[in-house]
Design a protein. Structure first.
Length: 299
């Protein structure tokens, strides 16, 4: 067996049943924490039966879920993600059920690792190049996820022209759906319970040929068929509500990728935008003139 666990899970999405697709999406988003799961705990988290987990692993070419985990260790290596004494202690306390916050911290660190792993995939590279070069970039989020889309838009606007949030008040999404598909792309942020608008928008964008990237949670079973790329972000961190905070980390990494893709020409634009903000809005405190302090140029 030469293909990695990640590769086999990704490949399975094309032909998987609904239950298997839910499992595959969840496992892809939680690769770094899978070694700590059992077939029973995994089945409970995605609301399938334990035999379903075993059967799915066999369709991937593994003897069992334990066999899958053994191969996963070979893929990611034997070194633990959490290496400091403090984090190791928190992990032990969480395993003993002593500290709910420690358990949440463990899950959030694992989620951040999985996001950085996404940044090494071919899909990520494709999206970064698209966000850097497509003339019109649109982003949208519904309900609380709208804030995630706003983070991406506001930061990309420092780097390039043609980036905007979709207008929800217009009721038609015409600004993107009637645009030239060769000149436009769309990023959707969404998590359960999913807004009907997000799926309807993805359907219409696919019809007209506009590339769509979906940033969503491990439970989305409708996105893969409708979008060009789907980045699955963990959202369960032992808290009262599911958290989309890691979507902001993903947005920041995308912006960083675009910055590197655009290169030195970004600097001049960023300087102008900063000057305009200082002129019209301003910052707290006065600028520090470092010439007198260090003999160099003003900051």
């Amino acid at each position: 067996m030469t293909a990695s666990v990640r590769e086999r899970l990704t490949t399975s999405l094309a032909t998987a049943s609904k239950a298997d697709r839910i499992l595959a999406n969840f496992m892809l988003s939680e690769l770094s924490s899978l070694p700590f799961e059992t077939a029973a705990s995994l089945a409970a988290k995605v609301d399938v039966s334990e035999p379903t987990v075993g059967r799915f692993c066999r369709t991937l070419g593994y003897k069992s879920f334990k066999d899958l985990k053994d191969h996963l260790k070979q893929d990611i290596g034997q070194q633990p993600w959490l290496v400091s004494d403090r984090l190791r202690e928190l992990r032990e306390r969480a395993a003993a059920g002593e500290d709910q916050l420690a358990a949440g911290l463990e899950l959030e660190i694992s989620a951040l690792v999985s996001i950085y792993e996404l940044a090494r995939t071919p899909e990520w590279t494709r999206v970064v190049k698209r966000l850097a070069s497509t003339p019109n970039v649109y982003a949208v989020g519904f309900q609380t996820e709208r804030g995630m889309a706003q983070i991406l838009v506001n930061q990309l606007q420092y780097l390039r022209d043609g980036v905007r949030m979709l207008d929800l008040a217009g009721g038609s999404f015409a600004e993107v759906l009637v645009s030239d598909p060769a000149q436009s792309c769309l990023v959707i942020f969404e998590a359960r319970r999913y807004s009907r608008l997000s799926r309807d928008l993805a359907i219409e964008a696919k019809k007209v040929g506009i590339p769509v990237t979906l940033v969503t949670d491990p439970f989305c079973d409708w996105g893969r068929d409708l979008v060009d790329e789907m980045f699955v972000v963990p959202t369960e961190f032992n808290q009262f509500w599911e958290s989309t905070a890691q979507m902001a980390s993903l947005a920041n990494l995308l912006v960083n990728g675009v910055f590197l893709e655009l290169g030195p020409k970004v600097e001049a634009r960023m300087e102008i935008v900063t000057q305009l903000y200082s002129q019209f809005t301003g910052y707290v405190g006065k600028p520090v003139n470092r010439t007198s302090q260090s003999g160099g140029k003003p900051a």
